[in-house]
Design a protein around this ligand. Structure first.
Ligand code: PLP
Length: 412
């Protein structure tokens, strides 16, 4: 059995694997495969700044209208040694996107950014504002009236839908969210309570996205937020890298270590955009690894086989059933797989039990509330470095659902 067959055999039998990307290139070279640059990320940041006064009014819990999370060192990370996939040394930090204001997940970065991008397009087109206006003008009854003539349509495993729903409804857009059968019931309920239309699909995430795309295409006043192919979403996620780089660079210089970042991956947009933002700002000083459930490793299959989005987890006999609802994606994004091919350092897979155990561990030991999808990165902390595990969601999980996660964790 050669190495590729050995890997595939482990994947097919749901065993955790750590795959190091043999196609990774030096960062400046790898970035050339992506038709975007630092200027595009900076442009996205400027757009977010323009909106800050309006966001501050709508969501006073933000930092003056800027939606950002902090990071914190995990004080008990030593306890993870022996239960993660590889050995490691060096400090372990958590990036707290589970506490991102407004919708409590990493998907807020891209999702909210795309709603703002669309609101700006519409408002400029309809003469509500100019680029120099105070964007609080977007909150007037006249502006709301304009926005109520437009729709945002999205297909989502849950957290992207929440971001689009909360921000879209705050500006007065009609919002239609197409959810897969894996999507958590509380996320659907929350969206309905905001006045969004939730369409439930019997099929999986990919078919929900496909149907949403088709429905949106027949309505000229609808904007489809394409979780699989949107460059706008991608840039919204990438802003995270632009903001984190200056905060973390002094620590890298002081320790002489590289930053190693571990991000849960579903369709690939959120981790892909963040990886791009980090690599574009920190270059070869950052390594990025994606984490996927053993039951749904679509990005791993895409990159390890070279088939990109032409392969799905069911093609190799996997069931795609996982407690990590946000990562329950059978086929990775065409856009992201091709852009990540030479950029990221590796992908590892994570058993469901580990994610459930980490919901409890993070809560008991570090006082951090996550959902299972959010903490998958902990499993792959590897080698020496300044480690940063991206915690991607969970603060909005209702108490009874969170208790249920805790009760399923046995080992810790
Ligand atoms: C909590 C959480 N983490 C990570 C992800 C992965 O993001 P993506 O699907 O863009 O890869 C998701 C996706 O919904 C999520 O909900």
């Amino acid at each position: 059995m050669n190495a590729d067959e050995f890997l595939l055999n482990k994947i097919k039998t749901y065993q955790p694997v750590f795959w190091r990307n043999p196609n990774k290139e030096e960062t400046t070279k790898a970035l050339k495969h992506i038709p975007l640059g630092l200027m595009d990320i900076e442009d996205a940041e400027k757009r977010l700044q323009r909106f800050a006064p309006a966001i501050k009014e709508l969501f006073p819990e933000t930092n003056d209208g800027i939606i950002e999370s902090s990071h914190t060192e995990l004080k008990h990370a030593e306890e993870l040694k022996g239960i993660t996939l590889e050995s490691f040394s060096g400090p372990v930090y958590a990036k707290l996107d589970n506490y991102l204001p407004i919708s409590g997940s990493v998907k807020a970065r891209g999702g909210i950014y795309e709603v703002l991008w669309f609101a700006e397009q519409v408002a400029l087109q309809e003469g509500v504002i100019t680029l120099d206006s105070d964007y609080r003008a977007l909150l007037t009854p006249e502006a709301r009236n304009v926005f109520s003539g437009y729709s945002l349509v999205v297909g989502s495993t849950g957290n992207l839908g929440l971001s689009i729903g909360i921000m879209g409804r705050a500006f007065g857009f009609n919002v239609e969210v197409h959810m897969s059968k894996e999507a958590a019931a509380w996320k659907k309920e929350k969206l309905r309570s905001l006045g969004a239309r939730v369409v439930e699909h019997e099929g999986d995430y990919s078919s929900a996205v496909a149907q949403a795309r088709q429905i949106a295409s027949s309505n000229p006043k609808a904007h489809f937020v394409d979780d699989e192919e949107s460059v706008i979403l991608f840039l919204g996620y990438a802003v995270a890298g632009l903001r984190l780089a200056p905060q973390i660079r002094p620590l890298l210089d002081e320790t002489g270590k590289n930053l190693k970042v571990y991000i849960p991956c579903g369709v690939g947009g959120a981790p892909g955009g963040i990886a791009f933002g980090l690599k574009a700002t920190l270059g070869d000083r950052v390594e990025v690894y994606f984490a996927e459930p053993t039951h749904s490793p679509c990005m791993l299959l895409a990159l390890a086989t070279g088939k990109l989005s032409d392969i799905s987890v069911s093609d190799v006999g996997l069931d795609g059933i996982t407690v990590a609802d946000g990562l329950a994606v059978g086929r990775a994004s065409k856009l992201t797989t091709s852009w990540m091919m030479h950029l990221i350092d590796g992908v590892f897979t994570v058993p469901d039990e580990f994610m459930l155990d980490m919901v409890r561990w993070l809560w008991d030991k570090e006082g951090i509330k996550t959902e299972p999808s959010a903490n998958a990165g902990l499993y792959g902390i590897v080698g020496d470095g300044v480690h940063m595990v991206w915690l991607t969601g969970g603060s909005m999980v209702p108490e009874e659902v969170f208790e249920n996660y805790l009760s399923k964790s046995q080992k810790l």
